[in-house]
Design a protein around this ligand. Structure first.
Ligand code: NAI
Length: 266
């Protein structure tokens, strides 16, 4: 376990952590022995998540916290930060991951507010509200923002989602810049771009998982490897993402590397 923020007794907060990629990350953090707080808008999923996390957490129930939060509402995120801090003290990892993709049309305002509210404002709220105390802690800490390749390639079909994720990329780059230029700051920000992962968000009524997709667990293992290695941009393997980011700072993993990857232990 290379990165000091990912240490037993440290604390991770995962928004949108009651499903898919966020849930896989929360389980992984609990498995590492960390305290975990899952913040999600879905109460039923939160109840199930609490039971699953408690089953793997080294510290049992005492190490797990679940909070109903709408990340598009700044006051919810302020309350979340205070609640986590009261319960666990410091926050070492913040994964701003909550996201929705209900569909949108270019020349209509349906869903635009909601998509930008959750996907972009959620990440801005999380970063702005948590960062000051994470910086003041004076020890290494991570902010991981979940973007999407659609924020880079902007394919036709779902303009509001593309715009929200392009915003996540731009915001995270601005945050990286700010943190790097801050004296004695041990917090780093990372843009995490999953490839295609079969989750409730992407299932769209499909019952079978497509053969080519990674599981959420594989995706999260890959993300943690790259974050531990110090990558600021974590692009999960995907063949059609252009080399649009600064190549010195990203890991480029082509499809053939994925196929040759040894089986994951989890
Ligand atoms: P998911 O639908 O399985 O999980 C998203 C979670 O976010 C759900 O538990 C949901 O209740 C929660 N959520 C929704 N609105 C919320 C709000 N306002 N406040 C708090 N929580 C809220 O989705 P998945 O696939 O795990 O996606 C996670 C992130 O990864 C999203 O940001 C998504 O855009 C991004 N992503 C996913 C990809 C994929 O292939 N699955 C590809 C690229 C990016």
């Amino acid at each position: 376990m290379a990165h000091p923020a990912l240490s037993p007794d440290h604390t991770a907060v995962v928004t949108g952590g009651a499903s898919g990629i966020g849930l896989a990350a929360a389980l992984r953090f609990a498995d590492l022995g960390m305290n975990v707080c899952v913040a999600d808008a879905d109460e039923a999923r939160l109840r199930e998540t609490r039971a699953r996390l408690t089953a793997v957490a080294k510290g049992g129930e005492a190490a797990i916290m679940t909070v109903k939060v709408d990340v598009s509402r700044r006051n919810d995120v302020i309350d979340l930060e205070q609640a986590v801090r009261t319960r666990f003290g410091a926050v070492d990892v913040l994964m701003n991951n909550a996201g929705i993709q209900p569909g949108s049309r270019m020349l209509a305002d349906d869903n635009w507010q909601r998509i930008l509210g959750v996907n972009l404002w959620g990440i801005i709220h999380g970063s702005q509200v948590f960062a000051p105390n994470m910086i003041a802690q004076g020890r290494p800490a991570l902010i991981i923002n979940t973007g999407s390749k659609q924020g880079i390639t902007t394919p036709p079909g779902d303009p509001a989602y593309n715009v929200s994720k392009a915003g996540v990329k731009a915001f995270t780059e601005a945050l990286q810049h700010e943190l790097r230029n801050m004296a004695d700051c041990k917090v780093t920000a990372h843009l995490f771009i999953p490839g295609f992962v079969f989750t409730p968000l992407t299932a769209n009524g499909r019952l079978e998982k497509p053969a080519a997709a990674w599981t959420p667990e594989q995706t999260v293992d890959f993300m943690l490897e790259r974050v531990q290695a110090g990558d600021f941009y974590v692009l999960c393997p995907d063949n059609d993402v252009p080399r649009a980011l600064d190549e010195r700072r990203i890991l480029w993993a082509a499809g053939d590397i994925v196929e040759n990857r040894p089986p994951l232990s989890r």
